[in-house]
Design a protein around this ligand. Sequence first.
Ligand SMILES: [Mn+2]
Length: 278
Amino acid sequence: MIEERIREIAKAPDQVRELWQDEEKELLERAQRLLQGEAKLVELPPLGKVVFVGDTHGDFDATMTICRRYLLEGYRLVFLGDYVDRGENSRANINYLLCLKLAHPGDIFLLQGNHEGYAVHRFHPADFWKALDEEMCQLYGRALLSLPLAFSINGIIALHGALPDVEALQEINQVQLDSEQWRQITWGDWREREGDYLQEDSYSGRPQFGRWYFERLMRRLGKNVLIRSHQPDIPTVIYDRRCLTLFTSHAYRSTRTVAVTSMEREIKTADDLHLEPV
Ligand SMILES: [Mn+2]
């Protein structure tokens, strides 16, 4: 029965608000089982059209608009994390995304942001998490910690925050929850200046990195462009147009932006992607 509900919601997203709590629990368990079978580093061959989506943060309307516009047109969708907190419709947003993942597992990829890591690394404010009872908090916590950490295609690596200090791309599959490398991926910020590791931000505690670290890690991983979100206070493109930061939520900005590209071309800089408002 839940399969049918999931298929219905994938087609008519507003129905997600009518899920009973028992159905919601089953949705979370099914999503967790599916996600645990996926690698932490999702690697796809360089084919077809892809859309990258920044933080949606409870902006259910953004998610619906993107799915209507791109999914039916044969694009694969990569969401860069932070689906909950801040915006008003966190629960509808994450439940709809999990239904979509279950209905279209090969076309939708939901990466993990710091807001999905609440169960291992608490933060404030966390309005979505605080509104849940203990049992639902644990169920969402486990399901959302099962999300993959990075996405690799063509010359692109996509993840939520900063690059993890690994020796090779494949090592991302071994990154442990709440480890230093997990914190770099989900919490890391970039600063537009020379330097390697620039210490934690004294206010937010986020690890910060400079251009030398970016160039060293991108060379090591064999990638040209990083697509990420997470950090509202940085220009959209930095580091010779090789680091692109997207935001796709009205919880942050009046303009919601996605990056669109066709994989048949070589991706060398952010100029090889189209930024589109949604
Ligand atoms: Mn974030």
